[in-house]
Design a protein around this ligand. Structure first.
Ligand code: GAR
Length: 204
């Protein structure tokens, strides 16, 4: 059966992209295939990971462009590569309502907290963990969800809790949430959604 065609959107080091690539090799991700990596930054470490694994890659710079140009650049690449599922893996930009509404159920995102805590506009990367520590929560985690027009507001697919330790810094917490939760959940969710896309395609 033809696998779901996946594009991964990234902005940074790409450890979540790596988890997806590893899941493809191990067979955890078997209903979808990563065919393209699009980075919003030229110097994103994720690009090297794509290169090392023979995956097509492209840069659509987010800086010094309008949002319309940025999204038009991404859309053109997605169309050209026949993308069926878009995985946001450390992608640091909020996609417009028009972009998202045109692709219902076809965009998923990994967020480093237990939504609805510490999410939405302004909560990304290390800031999420800083906010969790400031608040004093004893449990945090990660969430994979569908993307809709509300930032971090789409239907939840999977969540996993991670304990906060007494001496945690934002950096140690980020590392543990990534390793114990994000890197496990994102491949599982990508498989679930890919399987669904393939099933729907073959029942048409
Ligand atoms: C990850 O922790 C991801 O959850 C977070 O950025 C990091 C990217 O790491 N994403 C967000 O905060 C989006 N709201 P990576 O580039 O190593 O995968």
């Amino acid at each position: 059966m033809l696998k779901a065609n996946i594009s991964v959107l990234v902005s940074g080091s790409g450890t979540n992209l790596q988890a997806l690539i590893d899941a493809q090799s191990s067979g955890v991700l078997k209903s979808g295939e990563i065919r393209l990596v699009i980075s919003s930054a030229e110097d994103a470490g994720a690009l090297q990971r794509a290169k090392d694994n023979g995956i097509a890659r492209a840069v659509v710079p987010a800086k010094q462009t309008t949002r319309e140009e940025f999204e038009a650049g991404i859309s053109a690449l997605l169309e050209r590569h026949g993308t069926e599922l878009i995985v946001l893996a450390g992608f640091m930009y909020i996609l417009s309502a028009d972009f998202v509404k045109a692709r219902p159920g076809r965009i998923i995102n990994v967020h480093p907290s237990l939504i609805p805590a510490f999410c939405g506009k302004g909560f990304y990367g290390l800031r999420v963990h800083e906010a969790a520590l400031e608040y004093g929560v004893k449990v945090t985690g990660a969430t994979v969800h569908y993307v809709n027009e509300i930032p971090d507001g789409g239907e939840i697919i999977l969540q996993k809790a991670v304990r906060v330790k007494q001496n945690d810094t934002p950096e140690t917490l980020k590392k543990r949430v990534s390793e114990e939760a994000e890197h496990k959940l994102l491949p599982l969710a990508a498989e679930l959604v890919s399987r669904d896309i393939v099933r729907r395609r073959s029942s048409k």
